[in-house]
Design a protein around this ligand. Structure first.
Ligand SMILES: [Zn+2]
Length: 678
């Protein structure tokens, strides 16, 4: 049998022939693809024409397209529908790809050619998208050290190796320290307050860890969070909180203090070596925020209004605790518990009340209808497209003039072969090469409540907003209309990518939009206004408190990554200085945040934690314009499509945003939305 990756795709819209692809096709096809890509690179290097934009930058951009075709299918399925064999294969395939991309990044001859082309190209003659590709490609080499002398290159290599070992140790220590703790409860009275689902989970956990009886509480979120929220036993909450807050901070082999200080020091040195003032400057160069001062300005604006309000919120929770003869002052391990009680008292709203109005099929159609009202596009189900799993549905997305835009794959229920969470992805990105346009294949994958024998899939409100969120990302892919694939769709700066997705969530809170789809699955009754109001009001519960916490974490991240010199103080001291303006509870000597802050010390979020708030600012500011005009205003929607959704990463996101909004984003709309200003 022929390898389907090496044949033209013949399904409608050249969709992926999932029905023909087997596990044994990936590796041989990839080997051929890598050989082909090597030849393409060789051709760029040995081209006898003098180096220019087209024969160097564009040629490099277009090289390796077969690798992309194969690996996007492989890694998407490895997330959405994997197997043991597929995971084993991933262990072989990933190193092949890493090795090939290192080979390119470290190819001196290739870089000489790029540099030569960079120096002779007249930037003025390039269009906006070309200029962006030009800068981005050149920088990707320089930021990896291509311009350094040999001694500095060696130093950089040493730093990178040490950093990857250290961040691995950081995660391992954190995991070991978390797993070392367990709270084994054997007395039923210790469960008072916990919802049945949490009790059942704790019982199952005890059984799985071969306890003879009882209930097990651990530091994993699904176990930790409900206990802190609902347990009436203050002493146990305290025990659990202290264990959680001292992960990586205890006097044992899993301590992360030295490791994280060394990580922060090495990142600083690496940034200096590459010519940047600090790691934060290095990171933000390729972000919408551009430099640390802009991030600090945002925080100052938020804190000014959020801090006094957060203190009021804490006081309100304290007042409830006082009424119930609870502790005063409330300490860290009391706050979740009493705020949950206050939430219940104030809003009396829960998932069960809302779920009957959110039948999955209705919500999905609601998202389609919202897009149709805004952009005039339509979604039509297709039964003739190959699928990777029977749960997947496929839709053709057509533009308002009937022109094909994209295929849209959607699937919603958990299964063993799928990882957790919800995400948007694409099986193929858009490009326009040689006068032929390649349209994208866009997908969303979720893990929502399944139908039961007696009821259809009824979503929680959180699942409804998740669906709209992923759908927003999908629109970014569907409307892509650029030239270069690497700049197309969701390939944008990191602090810009959540704008379309978070923006779409706003429609879920609008009566006019809910009226389209939030209908009781049995009676057909539209969701009552009173419930909509409750959803809105409760969404702002403790918003100032949450803002202060998020800013605090962002500031801590930035403090570790925007160093002026190598810190000499202890982690505890360092944190206290960094978080001075965001403390809401009395200090605790036993706990810190940094030693368990894996987002920034082991994940990819270093100098990037701010981006959560940044995205909220953008999204609130953008939605403000829709609200001013009308949430279904076609002109505003068209402008958002033309200036943001269709433009991908084809130029600096601030320029795109300004073209849409007429000005830079301000935090005013977010402050208003969160109820922090009128
Ligand atoms: Zn997202």
């Amino acid at each position: 049998m022929k390898n389907p990756f090496l044949q033209p795709f013949t399904a409608p819209f050249e969709a992926i022939p999932f029905d023909k692809i087997n596990l044994e096709h990936y590796k041989p096809a990839l080997e051929i693809a890598i050989t082909e890509a090597r030849q393409e690179i060789e051709k760029i290097k040995t081209n006898t024409e003098s180096p220019n934009f087209s024969n160097t930058f564009e040629a490099l951009e277009r090289s390796g397209s077969l690798i992309g075709k194969i690996s996007s299918v492989f890694f998407n399925l490895n997330s959405a529908d994997t197997s043991d064999d597929m995971q084993t294969l991933a262990q072989e395939i990933s190193p092949m790809l890493t090795q090939f991309s290192n080979e390119i990044q470290l190819d001196l001859d290739l870089f000489q050619r790029i540099k030569a082309a960079f120096n002779v190209t007249d930037k003025e003659k390039l269009n906006g998208e070309q200029a962006w590709l030009f800068e981005k490609t050149y920088k990707s080499f320089v930021r990896n050290g291509a311009n350094l002398n040999n001694i500095d290159k060696e130093t950089l290599k040493g730093i990178s190796t040490e950093l990857s070992t250290l961040s691995l140790s950081f995660s391992e220590n954190l995991l070991k320290d978390s797993n070392a703790f367990e709270m084994h409860l054997t007395n039923e009275s210790d469960l008072v307050g916990l919802p049945q689902s949490a009790i059942d989970a704790a019982e199952m956990l005890a059984k799985s860890k071969e306890k003879e009886s009882g209930w097990l509480i651990t530091l994993d979120y699904p176990s930790y969070i409900p206990f802190m929220k609902y347990s009436e036993n203050r002493e146990l909450r305290k025990q659990l909180f202290l264990a959680f807050g001292s992960r990586g901070f205890s006097n044992n082999d899993n301590n992360n203090e030295t490791i994280l200080k060394r990580i922060s020091e090495l990142k600083h040195k690496k940034a200096n070596l590459l010519g940047y003032k600090s790691h934060a400057y290095f990171v933000l160069e390729e972000r919408m925020a551009e430099k640390p001062s802009k991030v600090h300005t945002l925080w100052d604006e938020l804190i000014e209004f959020a801090l006094p309000k957060a203190k009021e919120e804490v006081a309100e929770v304290q007042a409830l605790a006082d009424r119930l003869k609870g502790p005063s002052p409330l300490l860290n391990w009391d706050f979740s518990y009493y705020s949950e009680l206050l939430k219940k008292e104030k809003f009396n709203i829960n998932d069960e009340l809302l779920k009957p109005y959110f039948k999955l099929e209705n919500v999905l159609n609601g998202a389609f209808e919202t897009a149709e009202k805004l952009f005039g596009i339509t979604f039509t189900e297709r039964k003739d497209i190959p699928l990777y799993h029977k749960d997947v549905s496929t839709y053709e997305v057509k533009d308002k003039d009937g022109k094909h835009l994209s295929l849209f794959y959607a699937e919603f229920f958990p299964r063993e072969s799928k990882r957790g969470g919800a995400w948007m992805t694409s099986f193929r990105d858009q490009n326009k090469y040689d006068g032929k346009e390649q349209r994208p294949l866009v997908a969303i994958v979720c893990n929502f409540t399944k139908p039961t024998e007696t009821a259809p899939s009824l979503l929680t409100f959180n699942e409804v907003t998740t669906l709209f969120h992923e759908f927003g990302h999908a629109l970014h892919g569907i409307f892509a209309n650029g030239y270069y694939e690497s700049l197309s769709g969701t390939s944008v700066y990191w602090d810009f990518v959540e704008l379309p997705s978070q923006l779409m969530e706003n429609w879920c809170y609008e009566k006019e939009c809910l009226n389209l789809f939030a209908k009781h699955y049995e009676t057909g009754e539209t969701i009552p206004m009173e419930l909509v109001q409750k959803i809105k009001d409760s969404s702002n519960f403790l918003s100032a408190y949450q803002t202060v916490r998020q800013v605090g974490l962002g500031q801590l991240d930035m403090a570790w990554h925007d160093l002026e010199s190598i810190p000499t103080e202890s982690v505890y001291e360092f944190e206290r200085n960094a978080g001075k303006n965001t403390a809401l509870f009395p200090e605790l000597k036993e706990t810190v945040t940094s030693t368990a802050f894996s987002h920034i010390f082991a994940g990819g979020y270093s100098a990037g934690y701010y981006s959560y708030k940044w995205a909220e600012v953008l999204e609130a500011d953008a939605f403000e314009l829709f609200k001013e005009n009308n949430i279904f205003d076609k002109v505003t929607a068209q402008s958002f499509r033309d200036n943001v959704l269709s433009r991908g990463g084809s130029t600096h996101p601030m320029d795109l945003y300004k073209q849409f909004r007429g000005q830079e984003p301000t935090s005013k709309a977010l402050l208003k939305k969160s109820g922090l200003i009128k």
